[in-house]
Design a protein around this ligand. Sequence first.
Ligand code: AVJ
Length: 324
Amino acid sequence: MAPTMTVDVHVAPDARRTALEADVRSGLLAEQKTLPPIWFYDERGSLLFDEITRLPEYYLTRAERSILDRHAGAIVELGGADTLVELGSGTSEKTRLLLDAMAAGGRLRRFVPFDVSEEVLRLAADDITKTYGIEVTAVVGDFHRHLGEIPRSGRRLVAFLGSTIGNLTPAERSRFLTDLDESMVFHDRLLLGTDLVKDRRRLLAAYDDDAGVTAEFNRNVLLVLNHELGAHFDPSAFEHVALWDEEHRWIEMRLRSRSDQIIEIEQLGLHVAFEAGEDLRTEISAKLTAGQVERELGEAGFVVERSWTDPAGDFLLTLARTYC
Ligand code: AVJ
């Protein structure tokens, strides 16, 4: 049978635009200015993030890959999965480590990548269909609203890797995990990648690299607003700032205005004033402990089956199932 590929789009064509406008209005008019990190990822932003994953300071991707290199076999064995669902899949090469392990066990039937970006999904889906000759059902959606649209058939391994969950606040994390738990049945498994709390100097370096790639990535969100909303940001008028919030145990990325300036956003009919030294918060990246991951999963209805760290203990992969 010829492999099939379908792409189910659950985000209405203008929904992305509506969400961007709403996020920019509410985020830039707030007392403490913020933008959600999702808007970093246009084509240039995705390329810059790829570059970040290869930086000497950014240990996360290498650490997670080293766990998968060693343990992908055990991970897919425990779940007995024939279907890999990958949340926020991007163009992940880590996906292949899991697909290869499933194929080696002779069970691989279907791949379901789930992402907000339709273009990214089409590329990944096409690529995997060709290489593995399996059914690929890509779902375009956002994980606050469309988890219910993910096909339920098969024994599923639902992978949420890369510590992307760290972008959520604790309240958002709890809601997301509860929603996810409700979308899963007894033979499904969750594989969750989380970055661990560690020495703050290493954390800060990972988000403020010497080559300045993370700074470019951070400022890219301003270019996205320029292109998409006719904003007039001069990215060089903002300094890249990474700081460690000890109370919340998260890294924050900010863009700090170098001067008093007023930015016009043509398509929103807005003028936004920045004072010199004023910050726009562009991302939180929460760092967890293994105990905290287990507790939060438990509160959402999951039981941890096993977890793995890399040799340096920098990163955690947790395999969990839902209580039934
Ligand atoms: C893709 C969300 C996991 O938080 O480490 C990398 C994004 N931001 N450098 C992270 C990011 C700055 C990354 N995640």
